[in-house]
Design a protein around this ligand. Structure first.
Ligand code: NAP
Length: 245
């Protein structure tokens, strides 16, 4: 249903939307697409050059000027999360959308063989930093008339599968965080939903399935009707839902 959403041209006009992992993959496509629909996008990611390329692409479109936050989520502290929120408050006065998209895959291996170092890193990037950012952005999300949070899960985020290790566990935790928060925000101006993008042609997918032909997969663009829908006011009644891309 939502994948058929025909987005009106200016449906994200005047919205301020932060996307994590905006330098490549699904996050990059979402950032550029949101800008095309009129949003001011805040690009957060760990590789500054990639963020600058997205920035330039958005400027070339004549879309609203984006903002860049270079940040390695592996090392995000609570203090830094607070500073990001304060900066957004000062610059924009509110936040209309948050796309918790950045993630790492770790190593696909058995639990018995799993390295604890990888376990900690994946939990840090996929879960702990998502918690910290979301927690500290809630006050600015509350300042918007209607705000929307997307948590990004996976096919292994609600059904465990052998050898998907900490990535699968981190996505279960992501879904848990989203559900707890959604229940707490019931009846408020902030809606919370989960997206499982499904197999999509990106670097992460190629790492997980090296033998697969990328041309057999949908591109990130195919997900955009859903991603735009969830950030536009057309989805204001959607809350505590899980969408498959
Ligand atoms: P991707 O191409 O690997 O992109 C991930 C993005 O996250 C990149 O921009 C990356 O930055 C950023 N990132 C990774 N570690 C970071 C860190 N420590 N700090 C800041 N940014 C960091 O992956 P994708 O396929 O687009 O995945 C996007 C989301 O969809 C993820 O949550 C993933 O789990 C989920 N997902 C994807 C698929 C699929 O088939 N593609 C399926 C199910 C779920 P750099 O570019 O600088 O590395």
């Amino acid at each position: 249903m939502t994948l058929d959403f025909k987005a009106p041209k200016d449906c994200l006009k005047d919205k301020v939307i932060l996307i994590t992992g905006a330098g490549s993959g699904i996050g990059r496509t979402a950032a550029i697409t949101y800008a095309k629909y009129g949003a001011t996008v805040i690009l957060l990611g760990r590789t500054t050059e990639k963020l600058e390329q997205v920035y330039d692409e958005i400027e070339a479109l004549g879309a609203p000027q984006p903002a860049i936050i270079p940040m390695n989520l592996l090392h995000l502290s609570e203090e830094q999360a607070l500073q990001i929120s304060e900066k957004i408050e000062q610059e924009f006065g509110r936040l209309d959308g948050l796309v918790n998209n950045a993630s790492i895959l770790g190593t696909l291996t058995s639990i018995e063989q799993h390295s604890y170092e990888t376990w900690e890193q994946v939990m840090q990037v996929n879960v702990n930093s998502t918690f910290l950012l979301t927690k500290h952005l809630l006050p600015v999300l509350r300042q918007a008339p209607k705000s929307s949070i997307i948590f990004t899960s996976s096919g292994v985020g609600n059904q465990g599968r052998a050898y998907w290790g900490v990535y699968s566990v981190s996505k279960f935790a992501t879904e848990g965080l989203a559900q707890v928060l959604a229940d707490e925000l019931e009846g408020t101006n902030t809606r919370v939903n989960i997206v499982n993008p499904g197999a999509t042609r990106t670097a992460m997918r190629a790492k997980a399935f090296p033998g697969e032909n990328p041309n057999d997969l949908k591109t990130s663009d195919a997900l955009m009707p859903l991603y735009v829908y969830l950030m536009s006011d057309a989805s204001e009644a959607e809350h505590n839902q899980r969408f498959n891309g």
